[in-house]
Design a protein around this ligand. Structure first.
Ligand code: DAH
Length: 347
Protein backbone atom coordinates (compact mmCIF):
# COMPACT_ATOMS: atom_id res chain seq x y z
CA UNK A 1 0.00 0.00 0.00
CA UNK A 2 2.76 2.46 0.88
CA UNK A 3 4.30 1.56 -2.44
CA UNK A 4 1.17 2.66 -4.33
CA UNK A 5 0.95 5.87 -2.30
CA UNK A 6 4.59 6.53 -3.07
CA UNK A 7 3.94 6.11 -6.80
CA UNK A 8 1.07 8.60 -6.56
CA UNK A 9 3.36 11.15 -4.97
CA UNK A 10 5.94 10.49 -7.68
CA UNK A 11 3.37 11.16 -10.38
CA UNK A 12 2.34 14.35 -8.59
CA UNK A 13 5.96 15.52 -8.49
CA UNK A 14 6.51 14.69 -12.15
CA UNK A 15 3.33 16.49 -13.08
CA UNK A 16 4.33 19.60 -11.10
CA UNK A 17 7.74 19.68 -12.79
CA UNK A 18 6.14 19.27 -16.21
CA UNK A 19 3.56 21.99 -15.51
CA UNK A 20 6.27 24.36 -14.34
CA UNK A 21 7.91 24.05 -17.77
CA UNK A 22 4.65 24.66 -19.69
CA UNK A 23 5.05 27.68 -22.01
CA UNK A 24 1.84 27.66 -24.00
CA UNK A 25 -1.45 26.06 -24.87
CA UNK A 26 0.20 23.12 -26.70
CA UNK A 27 2.49 22.11 -23.83
CA UNK A 28 -0.44 22.41 -21.46
CA UNK A 29 -2.50 20.01 -23.54
CA UNK A 30 0.43 17.58 -23.58
CA UNK A 31 0.48 17.59 -19.77
CA UNK A 32 -3.24 17.04 -19.62
CA UNK A 33 -3.02 14.00 -21.88
CA UNK A 34 -0.01 12.61 -20.05
CA UNK A 35 -1.32 12.91 -16.51
CA UNK A 36 -5.05 13.52 -16.41
CA UNK A 37 -6.72 12.04 -19.50
CA UNK A 38 -8.48 8.67 -19.29
CA UNK A 39 -5.34 6.77 -20.26
CA UNK A 40 -3.05 9.18 -18.41
CA UNK A 41 -0.77 8.30 -15.50
CA UNK A 42 -3.09 9.29 -12.72
CA UNK A 43 -6.25 7.42 -13.77
CA UNK A 44 -4.20 4.29 -14.52
CA UNK A 45 -2.80 4.38 -10.97
CA UNK A 46 -6.31 4.89 -9.66
CA UNK A 47 -7.33 1.60 -11.20
CA UNK A 48 -4.69 -0.13 -9.03
CA UNK A 49 -6.66 0.88 -5.97
CA UNK A 50 -8.63 -2.30 -6.61
CA UNK A 51 -5.61 -4.41 -5.51
CA UNK A 52 -5.31 -2.71 -2.12
CA UNK A 53 -6.59 -4.89 0.80
CA UNK A 54 -10.09 -3.95 1.85
CA UNK A 55 -9.21 -2.69 5.35
CA UNK A 56 -6.62 -0.26 3.95
CA UNK A 57 -8.81 1.04 1.15
CA UNK A 58 -10.42 3.97 3.04
CA UNK A 59 -7.08 5.48 4.16
CA UNK A 60 -5.28 4.89 0.89
CA UNK A 61 -8.32 6.11 -1.12
CA UNK A 62 -8.36 9.31 0.91
CA UNK A 63 -4.68 10.02 0.22
CA UNK A 64 -5.12 9.24 -3.45
CA UNK A 65 -8.07 11.64 -3.71
CA UNK A 66 -6.04 14.42 -2.11
CA UNK A 67 -3.23 13.82 -4.61
CA UNK A 68 -5.71 13.86 -7.47
CA UNK A 69 -7.24 17.13 -6.30
CA UNK A 70 -3.85 18.71 -5.85
CA UNK A 71 -2.83 17.71 -9.34
CA UNK A 72 -6.06 19.01 -10.83
CA UNK A 73 -5.55 22.33 -9.04
CA UNK A 74 -1.93 22.60 -10.22
CA UNK A 75 -3.19 21.97 -13.74
CA UNK A 76 -6.00 24.55 -13.48
CA UNK A 77 -3.62 27.19 -12.11
CA UNK A 78 -1.22 26.53 -14.93
CA UNK A 79 -4.01 26.74 -17.54
CA UNK A 80 -5.22 30.08 -16.14
CA UNK A 81 -1.70 31.45 -16.27
CA UNK A 82 -1.08 30.28 -19.83
CA UNK A 83 -4.38 31.69 -21.15
CA UNK A 84 -3.91 35.00 -19.38
CA UNK A 85 -0.46 35.34 -20.91
CA UNK A 86 -1.75 34.57 -24.38
CA UNK A 87 -4.48 37.22 -24.14
CA UNK A 88 -1.98 39.77 -22.88
CA UNK A 89 0.40 38.84 -25.69
CA UNK A 90 -2.37 39.39 -28.27
CA UNK A 91 -3.31 42.75 -26.79
CA UNK A 92 0.27 43.87 -27.23
CA UNK A 93 0.88 42.35 -30.62
CA UNK A 94 2.14 45.42 -32.46
CA UNK A 95 2.19 43.56 -35.76
CA UNK A 96 -1.60 43.16 -35.84
CA UNK A 97 -3.50 45.64 -38.02
CA UNK A 98 -4.94 48.52 -35.99
CA UNK A 99 -8.63 49.04 -35.41
CA UNK A 100 -9.96 51.95 -37.45
CA UNK A 101 -12.26 54.03 -35.27
CA UNK A 102 -14.45 56.80 -36.64
CA UNK A 103 -14.04 59.91 -34.57
CA UNK A 104 -16.62 62.66 -34.79
CA UNK A 105 -15.72 66.32 -35.13
CA UNK A 106 -17.31 69.75 -35.14
CA UNK A 107 -19.74 70.48 -37.95
CA UNK A 108 -18.35 72.94 -40.55
CA UNK A 109 -20.95 75.51 -39.48
CA UNK A 110 -19.78 75.23 -35.87
CA UNK A 111 -16.15 75.40 -36.99
CA UNK A 112 -16.70 78.63 -38.91
CA UNK A 113 -18.70 80.06 -36.02
CA UNK A 114 -15.93 79.16 -33.55
CA UNK A 115 -13.32 80.72 -35.84
CA UNK A 116 -15.30 83.94 -36.24
CA UNK A 117 -15.98 84.16 -32.52
CA UNK A 118 -12.27 83.70 -31.80
CA UNK A 119 -11.34 86.51 -34.22
CA UNK A 120 -13.82 88.99 -32.74
CA UNK A 121 -12.92 88.06 -29.19
CA UNK A 122 -9.32 88.92 -29.92
CA UNK A 123 -10.60 92.38 -30.92
CA UNK A 124 -12.35 92.76 -27.58
CA UNK A 125 -15.91 91.70 -28.42
CA UNK A 126 -17.85 89.71 -25.84
CA UNK A 127 -20.26 86.94 -26.81
CA UNK A 128 -23.90 87.82 -26.09
CA UNK A 129 -26.92 85.56 -26.30
CA UNK A 130 -30.64 85.91 -26.89
CA UNK A 131 -33.66 83.63 -27.37
CA UNK A 132 -34.55 81.96 -30.68
CA UNK A 133 -38.18 82.40 -29.64
CA UNK A 134 -38.46 86.18 -29.81
CA UNK A 135 -41.21 88.79 -29.71
CA UNK A 136 -42.15 91.15 -32.51
CA UNK A 137 -40.97 94.19 -30.57
CA UNK A 138 -37.34 93.01 -30.20
CA UNK A 139 -37.12 91.48 -33.66
CA UNK A 140 -38.82 94.29 -35.64
CA UNK A 141 -40.19 97.36 -33.82
CA UNK A 142 -37.17 98.20 -31.69
CA UNK A 143 -35.00 97.76 -34.77
CA UNK A 144 -37.01 100.42 -36.59
CA UNK A 145 -38.61 98.05 -39.11
CA UNK A 146 -41.65 99.79 -40.59
CA UNK A 147 -44.96 98.01 -40.10
CA UNK A 148 -45.31 97.43 -43.82
CA UNK A 149 -41.84 95.93 -44.23
CA UNK A 150 -42.29 92.81 -46.37
CA UNK A 151 -40.13 90.66 -44.06
CA UNK A 152 -42.75 91.07 -41.32
CA UNK A 153 -45.56 89.26 -43.13
CA UNK A 154 -46.57 85.76 -42.07
CA UNK A 155 -45.44 84.60 -45.50
CA UNK A 156 -41.86 85.42 -44.53
CA UNK A 157 -41.76 84.95 -40.75
CA UNK A 158 -42.84 82.10 -38.48
CA UNK A 159 -45.47 83.48 -36.08
CA UNK A 160 -47.11 81.81 -33.09
CA UNK A 161 -50.80 82.09 -32.14
CA UNK A 162 -51.87 84.10 -35.17
CA UNK A 163 -55.41 82.89 -34.54
CA UNK A 164 -55.39 84.89 -31.28
CA UNK A 165 -52.97 87.73 -32.07
CA UNK A 166 -52.11 90.19 -34.80
CA UNK A 167 -48.74 89.83 -36.42
CA UNK A 168 -48.25 93.56 -35.83
CA UNK A 169 -48.75 93.21 -32.06
CA UNK A 170 -45.35 93.87 -30.43
CA UNK A 171 -45.92 91.00 -27.98
CA UNK A 172 -46.68 88.33 -30.55
CA UNK A 173 -44.06 85.60 -30.47
CA UNK A 174 -42.06 84.57 -33.51
CA UNK A 175 -38.97 82.57 -34.39
CA UNK A 176 -36.38 85.33 -34.74
CA UNK A 177 -35.60 86.19 -38.35
CA UNK A 178 -32.20 87.67 -37.52
CA UNK A 179 -29.75 87.90 -34.60
CA UNK A 180 -30.21 91.69 -34.51
CA UNK A 181 -32.72 91.55 -31.60
CA UNK A 182 -29.78 90.54 -29.40
CA UNK A 183 -28.43 94.09 -29.97
CA UNK A 184 -31.65 95.42 -28.49
CA UNK A 185 -31.62 93.04 -25.53
CA UNK A 186 -27.99 93.75 -24.72
CA UNK A 187 -28.31 97.53 -24.93
CA UNK A 188 -31.42 97.47 -22.75
CA UNK A 189 -29.53 95.43 -20.16
CA UNK A 190 -26.32 97.42 -19.93
CA UNK A 191 -24.78 100.84 -20.35
CA UNK A 192 -22.09 102.07 -22.75
CA UNK A 193 -19.73 100.92 -24.05
CA UNK A 194 -21.26 97.81 -25.60
CA UNK A 195 -19.07 95.61 -27.76
CA UNK A 196 -20.70 92.27 -28.50
CA UNK A 197 -21.07 89.58 -31.06
CA UNK A 198 -23.91 87.12 -31.11
CA UNK A 199 -23.62 83.89 -33.05
CA UNK A 200 -26.99 82.19 -33.34
CA UNK A 201 -29.74 80.53 -35.31
CA UNK A 202 -32.41 82.39 -37.28
CA UNK A 203 -35.56 81.28 -39.06
CA UNK A 204 -37.38 82.43 -42.18
CA UNK A 205 -40.18 81.01 -44.26
CA UNK A 206 -38.02 80.47 -47.31
CA UNK A 207 -38.44 77.59 -49.71
CA UNK A 208 -35.23 75.59 -49.33
CA UNK A 209 -32.90 75.72 -52.32
CA UNK A 210 -29.14 75.82 -52.93
CA UNK A 211 -28.73 79.11 -51.06
CA UNK A 212 -31.78 79.28 -48.77
CA UNK A 213 -32.98 77.27 -45.82
CA UNK A 214 -35.79 77.67 -43.29
CA UNK A 215 -33.17 77.96 -40.63
CA UNK A 216 -29.64 79.33 -40.82
CA UNK A 217 -27.02 81.03 -38.66
CA UNK A 218 -25.90 84.60 -38.31
CA UNK A 219 -23.21 86.40 -36.39
CA UNK A 220 -24.36 89.76 -35.21
CA UNK A 221 -21.91 92.43 -34.13
CA UNK A 222 -22.47 95.69 -32.27
CA UNK A 223 -20.14 98.35 -30.99
CA UNK A 224 -21.91 101.25 -29.31
CA UNK A 225 -20.03 104.00 -27.52
CA UNK A 226 -19.20 107.66 -28.11
CA UNK A 227 -17.34 108.69 -31.28
CA UNK A 228 -17.59 105.38 -33.11
CA UNK A 229 -17.13 105.90 -36.84
CA UNK A 230 -17.72 104.15 -40.15
CA UNK A 231 -13.93 103.81 -40.38
CA UNK A 232 -14.00 101.74 -37.16
CA UNK A 233 -16.56 99.47 -38.80
CA UNK A 234 -14.46 99.08 -41.90
CA UNK A 235 -11.29 98.41 -39.90
CA UNK A 236 -13.07 95.79 -37.79
CA UNK A 237 -14.48 93.96 -40.81
CA UNK A 238 -11.12 94.22 -42.60
CA UNK A 239 -9.34 92.52 -39.72
CA UNK A 240 -12.02 89.86 -39.66
CA UNK A 241 -11.76 89.26 -43.42
CA UNK A 242 -7.96 89.04 -43.32
CA UNK A 243 -8.03 86.51 -40.49
CA UNK A 244 -10.85 84.49 -42.02
CA UNK A 245 -9.85 84.48 -45.70
CA UNK A 246 -6.13 85.33 -45.77
CA UNK A 247 -3.83 88.27 -45.14
CA UNK A 248 -4.16 89.71 -48.67
CA UNK A 249 -7.93 90.18 -48.35
CA UNK A 250 -9.36 93.67 -48.82
CA UNK A 251 -12.79 94.95 -47.84
CA UNK A 252 -15.08 97.33 -49.70
CA UNK A 253 -18.47 98.87 -48.85
CA UNK A 254 -21.45 99.27 -51.16
CA UNK A 255 -24.36 101.52 -50.13
CA UNK A 256 -27.43 99.58 -49.06
CA UNK A 257 -30.49 99.94 -46.83
CA UNK A 258 -31.37 98.43 -43.45
CA UNK A 259 -33.99 100.00 -41.16
CA UNK A 260 -31.71 99.74 -38.12
CA UNK A 261 -28.63 101.40 -39.62
CA UNK A 262 -28.01 104.76 -41.28
CA UNK A 263 -25.99 104.83 -43.43
CA UNK A 264 -26.16 101.14 -44.31
CA UNK A 265 -23.72 99.17 -46.38
CA UNK A 266 -23.06 95.75 -47.73
CA UNK A 267 -19.48 94.68 -47.07
CA UNK A 268 -17.55 92.67 -49.65
CA UNK A 269 -14.23 90.91 -49.24
CA UNK A 270 -11.86 90.57 -52.19
CA UNK A 271 -12.09 87.03 -53.53
CA UNK A 272 -9.55 84.86 -51.75
CA UNK A 273 -9.53 82.34 -54.59
CA UNK A 274 -8.57 84.61 -57.49
CA UNK A 275 -7.31 87.60 -55.48
CA UNK A 276 -9.78 89.91 -57.23
CA UNK A 277 -9.22 88.97 -60.88
CA UNK A 278 -12.57 87.22 -61.17
CA UNK A 279 -13.38 83.50 -60.93
CA UNK A 280 -16.22 81.05 -60.44
CA UNK A 281 -16.45 81.54 -56.65
CA UNK A 282 -16.84 85.35 -56.94
CA UNK A 283 -18.87 84.96 -60.14
CA UNK A 284 -16.32 86.99 -62.07
CA UNK A 285 -16.62 90.14 -59.94
CA UNK A 286 -13.51 89.68 -57.79
CA UNK A 287 -15.60 90.44 -54.66
CA UNK A 288 -17.64 88.32 -52.27
CA UNK A 289 -20.37 89.72 -50.06
CA UNK A 290 -19.68 88.90 -46.42
CA UNK A 291 -21.97 91.08 -44.28
CA UNK A 292 -24.67 93.69 -43.99
CA UNK A 293 -23.60 96.55 -41.79
CA UNK A 294 -23.90 100.22 -40.98
CA UNK A 295 -23.99 102.91 -38.33
CA UNK A 296 -26.70 102.22 -35.77
CA UNK A 297 -29.80 104.28 -36.54
CA UNK A 298 -30.47 106.89 -33.78
CA UNK A 299 -34.04 105.55 -33.69
CA UNK A 300 -32.69 102.24 -32.36
CA UNK A 301 -30.73 104.01 -29.60
CA UNK A 302 -33.88 105.88 -28.66
CA UNK A 303 -35.88 102.62 -28.54
CA UNK A 304 -33.45 101.01 -26.08
CA UNK A 305 -33.25 104.11 -23.88
CA UNK A 306 -29.84 105.44 -24.95
CA UNK A 307 -29.36 109.13 -25.74
CA UNK A 308 -29.22 109.29 -29.56
CA UNK A 309 -27.41 112.65 -29.42
CA UNK A 310 -24.49 111.21 -27.48
CA UNK A 311 -24.35 107.62 -28.67
CA UNK A 312 -22.78 106.36 -31.84
CA UNK A 313 -22.19 102.81 -32.96
CA UNK A 314 -21.77 100.37 -35.75
CA UNK A 315 -23.46 97.04 -36.30
CA UNK A 316 -23.08 94.19 -38.70
CA UNK A 317 -24.64 90.85 -39.44
CA UNK A 318 -23.19 88.02 -41.44
CA UNK A 319 -24.50 84.70 -42.64
CA UNK A 320 -22.46 81.81 -41.27
CA UNK A 321 -23.58 79.32 -43.95
CA UNK A 322 -22.51 81.82 -46.61
CA UNK A 323 -19.08 82.16 -45.10
CA UNK A 324 -18.71 78.40 -44.72
CA UNK A 325 -19.79 77.88 -48.34
CA UNK A 326 -17.25 80.43 -49.57
CA UNK A 327 -14.45 79.15 -47.37
CA UNK A 328 -14.94 75.50 -48.24
CA UNK A 329 -16.22 76.02 -51.82
CA UNK A 330 -19.56 74.30 -51.10
CA UNK A 331 -22.08 74.96 -53.84
CA UNK A 332 -25.28 73.78 -52.19
CA UNK A 333 -26.41 74.85 -48.73
CA UNK A 334 -28.46 71.70 -48.27
CA UNK A 335 -25.29 69.59 -48.17
CA UNK A 336 -24.58 71.17 -44.80
CA UNK A 337 -27.80 69.83 -43.36
CA UNK A 338 -28.18 66.41 -44.99
CA UNK A 339 -25.83 64.99 -42.36
CA UNK A 340 -24.21 62.66 -44.85
CA UNK A 341 -21.02 61.66 -43.04
CA UNK A 342 -19.21 61.14 -46.35
CA UNK A 343 -19.66 64.86 -46.94
CA UNK A 344 -19.06 66.05 -43.37
CA UNK A 345 -15.93 63.95 -43.01
CA UNK A 346 -14.12 66.26 -45.44
CA UNK A 347 -13.96 69.19 -43.02
N1 DAH B 1 -30.11 91.55 -39.81
C1 DAH B 1 -29.65 91.69 -41.16
C2 DAH B 1 -30.19 90.57 -42.00
O1 DAH B 1 -30.87 89.75 -41.51
C3 DAH B 1 -28.16 91.66 -41.23
C4 DAH B 1 -27.60 92.93 -40.68
C5 DAH B 1 -27.39 93.98 -41.51
C6 DAH B 1 -27.35 93.03 -39.33
C7 DAH B 1 -26.88 95.17 -41.02
C8 DAH B 1 -26.84 94.24 -38.82
C9 DAH B 1 -26.61 95.27 -39.69
O2 DAH B 1 -26.57 94.40 -37.54
O3 DAH B 1 -26.11 96.44 -39.19
O4 DAH B 1 -29.96 90.50 -43.19
Amino acid sequence: MTELVQRFYDVLEQAKTALAAVDGEAALEECRVRFLSRKGLLPSLMSELGKVPAEEKPTVGKVLNQVKQELQKAFDDCAEKVRGEETAANALDVTRPGRARDIGHRHPISQVMDMAVAIFRRMGFLVADGPDLEDVWHNFDALNAPQDHPSRTPEDTFYFDLDKRSWLDPETMILRTQTSPVQVRTMKAQSLPVRIICPGRCYRRDTPDATHGMSFHQIEGLYADRHVSLADLKGTLAIFAREMFGSQTKVRFRPHFFPFTEPSVEADASCFICGGKGCRVCKGSGWIEIAGAGMVNPAVFRNVGYDPEETTGFAFGMGVERIAMIRYAINDLRLLYDNDVRFLRQF
